[in-house]
Ligand binder design. Structure first.
Ligand code: HEC
Length: 417
């Protein structure tokens, strides 16, 4: 991949080896750390469930100061602690850690007003550790609840669906459909973010006499496109022969449909706020692993809080309200498995789903093969600008046309907290 990019390529050059140790750290062919760390998470609703077309994984990397101690040496204890600090900040909740002596870092990790032994990172933490602490004090990077620090990077590989005949269920294919990348290049304060959100609200005030504003995204296909929250997005996709190539400007704009102007994200990202937790590496729910190390089988269903609806099982709630397993309402396998012919949910299937999300997320072997085949036709046509979701059958007319500046007439909004 690296070799096929022009030598003066200004954008992201793939530098991950997908070779992970037991704590999710990626290593190159000589055993050196690349800084990338893999994590497992509850797949976001709909599109990224394997039954809807692809398997995938997400990796995170923090800026170089986050993996150095005060003397500027690489220190994995510092790097791991900084990951937990970022997790506590982004999720705005306490994150358990293996107990550490706070004197080593001179930071009150558990926020109890003392330097003592800490077994968790408080959501009110006020500093990173190691070199990042000094860089923060100098004002070169920032820290705030709900936000990632500058220079945070994410890598998202989207892959075909493999069949694991030993285990009797699908798995992650080695073959990638896409490699997607994001980096936070700019810090925005809460009031700046508020201003971006207010501009967005303008759209909801639209009527016959006002006009909506067309979204524009600055940047180019080489350096990526920027959203209004300080992140840049870029991707690679299969060419006709199956080798990854940079996505065109037009293809990259598709990224912004989900990574900008959307309320379901956390600082423009989806997966990290949904990361599994725990400190015991041998536990199934330990989050710092790659899917190839510990899979999606026997993962219990997550719960989420909904305004006016209280806490609900998240995937069941989605099925209940969406009446289908995907956005296009054409996943017939999920339809038959989870719904009666009259369209009611089968309660016994929901009971199974609460124990193991793979009953919903994993397609059968037949469906997996059909999805792979459907997508390959798209690769041959290079027709990604018309949509990238793998189809088993041609799609019927899905959306009713809505006249510009008219409402959808859907008046109930269920907003996830
Ligand atoms: C249909 C909506 C959608 C589109 C379009 C989309 N993404 Fe995402 N992206 C997601 C979701 C959802 C996740 C979380 C994946 C999961 O749950 O398995 C994600 C994850 C990511 C991540 C990992 C960090 C995170 O947000 O969790 C990166 C990086 C990323 N996408 C980049 C891109 C790029 C680059 C493009 C364009 C080539 C793109 N995405 C297009 C929805 C989308």
């Amino acid at each position: 991949m690296k070799a096929s990019l022009p030598s003066e390529w200004k954008g992201y050059v793939p530098d991950c080896y997908y070779h992970f140790d037991e704590e999710g750290f990626d290593k190159d062919s000589k055993g050196r750390l690349t800084g990338w760390r893999s994590f497992r998470y509850y797949p976001f609703l709909g599109t990224f469930w394997p039954t809807n077309g692809s398997t995938d994984d997400v990796l995170i990397r923090l800026g170089s100061a986050f993996k150095q101690n005060r003397r500027g040496e690489t220190d994995m204890d510092v790097y791991k602690l900084n990951f937990s600090i970022v997790e506590a900040l982004v999720k705005q909740k306490e994150i358990a850690i293996n107990p550490v002596d706070e004197h080593i870092y001179d930071v009150d990790l558990n926020h109890n007003g003392l330097l003592d032994e800490a077994a968790f990172i408080s959501k009110d933490i006020e500093s990173y550790v190691g070199k990042a602490k000094e860089v923060l004090r100098r004002g070169e990077i920032h820290l705030a609840k709900g936000l990632f620090p500058e220079q945070t990077e994410f890598l998202h590989s989207v892959r075909y669906i493999d069949w694991d005949s030993e285990k009797g269920h699908i798995g992650m294919s080695k073959r990638m459909k896409e490699l997607r990348y994001a980096k936070k290049t700019k810090w925005l304060t809460y009031s700046q973010i508020q201003r971006v959100a207010s501009a967005e609200l303008w759209e909801t005030q639209m009527n016959e006499t006002t006009q909506g504003v067309m979204a524009t995204f600055r940047g180019n296909y080489e350096e990526g496109l920027r959203n209004d929250l300080g992140w840049v997005y870029q991707g690679f996709i299969e060419d006709k022969k199956g080798a990854l190539r940079p996505q065109t400007h037009e293809e990259t704009i598709a990224c912004m449909g989900c990574h900008a102007h959307l309320g379901a994200t956390t600082d423009s990202t989806f997966s990290f706020a949904r990361k599994f937790e725990g400190i015991d590496k041998n536990q199934k729910m330990y989050g710092w692993n790659h899917w190839s190390q510990k899979g999606l089988k026997n993962i219990p269903e997550p719960k989420a809080a909904y305004i006016n609806r209280g806490e609900n099982y998240e995937y069941s709630f989605y099925l209940q309200n969406n009446h289908s397993g995907n956005e296009f309402r054409d996943n017939s396998e999920v339809q038959e498995k989870f719904f009666t012919p009259e369209g009611s949910l089968k309660t016994e299937m929901l009971d199974t789903l609460h124990q193991d999300i793979s009953v919903l997320l994993f397609p059968s072997r037949r469906r997996a093969l059909d999805l792979n085949k459907g997508y390959k036709a798209m690769v041959e046509e290079q027709s990604y600008i018309y949509g990238r979701d793998a189809n088993v059958k041609p799609r019927q007319h899905i959306y009713k046309e809505i006249e510009e500046a008219k409402t959808t007439q859907i008046d109930e909004t269920v907003v996830q907290q």
